[in-house]
Design a protein around this ligand. Structure first.
Ligand code: HEC
Length: 189
């Protein structure tokens, strides 16, 4: 084999190897590891009938809070600060500008998937047919783990796990042109 040919063969082997290594590095970006563990919408199944795939106790306990109680106490400024993460994709001003994600001014109380000029996923459009309003509970569940909650959503954000941080963000969203009233505290508190 001539030197040139040897070089070509070695070159081909090397690029194949590099390509394979490269794939290993790149692929996880396209196939993020937050594949929903349970398809469909979150449904509260009592732990005793849920079986082995039941959510861990700590997560199961993360039900939406009593908004009438937590909203007046929430830290709106902290919520606004947390939305720095969201601002990579969302605009919060009354201009309602669409970016990677839809403008979020007034999102609390509006129909999911309805902001003009934004190309929503089919999953979000279908969700809006079943759930006509982004209320406190649904935003709380959605931003905790968008893809787990709404498989097929275009919102490729891993989720805001901390319950209090989510409450604060929602309290901030409530100040942005929301038409939803703060409910009365439950249980006569
Ligand atoms: C990586 C980009 C990205 C980040 C970060 C992100 N979002 Fe989104 N968001 C999107 C996209 C894209 C959509 C549209 C989803 C669809 O069509 O399925 C969306 C949709 C939404 C919706 C539904 C809006 C509507 O009009 O129905 C809400 C509410 C929302 N995001 C809140 C948030 C909040 C709060 C944060 C920060 C905690 C956040 N998002 C972070 C990209 C992002």
């Amino acid at each position: 084999m001539s030197d040139l040919r040897t070089n070509m063969v070695l070159g081909a082997v090397l690029s194949a190897a590099l390509f394979t290594v490269g794939l290993g590095v790149v692929t996880p970006r396209f196939f993020p590891d937050h594949i929903p563990t349970k398809p469909g919408f979150a449904v509260d199944i009592p732990a005793d009938i849920a079986g082995p795939s039941a959510k861990p106790a700590a997560e199961a306990a993360d039900n939406p809070p009593d908004w009438g109680t937590v909203l007046p106490k929430a830290d709106v400024a902290a919520g606004q600060a947390t939305t720095a993460i969201c601002q990579a994709c969302h605009n919060f001003s009354s201009a309602g500008t669409n970016m990677i994600g839809p403008g979020l001014y007034g999102v609390l109380g509006r129909q999911p998937g309805s902001h003009p000029g934004f190309a929503y996923s089919q999953a979000m459009i279908d969700f809006g047919k079943k759930q006509p309003v982004w209320d406190y509970d649904h935003i709380y569940e959605f931003i905790k783990g968008p893809q787990a909650y709404l498989p097929g959503t275009k919102m490729t954000y891993a989720g805001l796990k901390d319950p209090q941080a989510r409450i604060n963000v929602i309290a901030y969203l409530h100040t942005l042109g929301s038409n939803l009233p703060v409910p009365k505290p439950k249980g006569g508190a």
